[in-house]
Design a protein around this ligand. Sequence first.
Ligand code: ZN
Length: 202
Amino acid sequence: MKIICIGRNYADHAKELGNEVPTEPVIFMKPDSAVFRQRDAFYIPDWTNDVHYEAEIVVRINRLGKKIEAKFASKYYAEFTVGIDFTARDVQQKLKSKGLPWEKAKGFDQSAVLGDFLPVSAYDLDNLSFELHKNGELVQQGNTKLMLNSIPQIVEHCSQYFTLKIGDLIFTGTPAGVGPVAVGDELQGYVQGKKVLHVKIR
Ligand code: ZN
């Protein structure tokens, strides 16, 4: 199983980090060991002082496919949720400034948090609102209609390079409002007002 992540897929988030709005999807990956199913607390690694939350819509691939056209993409996922792409921002900035790959900052253990999955058939994935709350306060608010690349376009693009397999996950990018977590924080994720994710930071 692999985890494909899309970077800078919302213009407001690209701007807040001082990045250019990309002309094609920015892709990176996390290993399967990064999966965190929110049954335990998230422990901040001892090698970073600046872990940021990034709330994102995540789809789970349920059919093998390669070179999938966007118009057929919705046949390749039946479930989605809100996830968190935890990012060691200090390590990422250091690696980025040297032009090095981001894996250590993005793919570490527990960095791919998954909420409870929901059926795609019951929602409109082109107009899906989602939120992240930190300690009960709204910190991120997004809607898939604001994505630079829609979920079908992401599936089309990724599958030109990587065969998609059953169980693969795609993190579709985060809106503005990313920020740090501290020991004792609690994060809660919502989609269309329904709570699907709860993480305690230790
Ligand atoms: Zn992200």
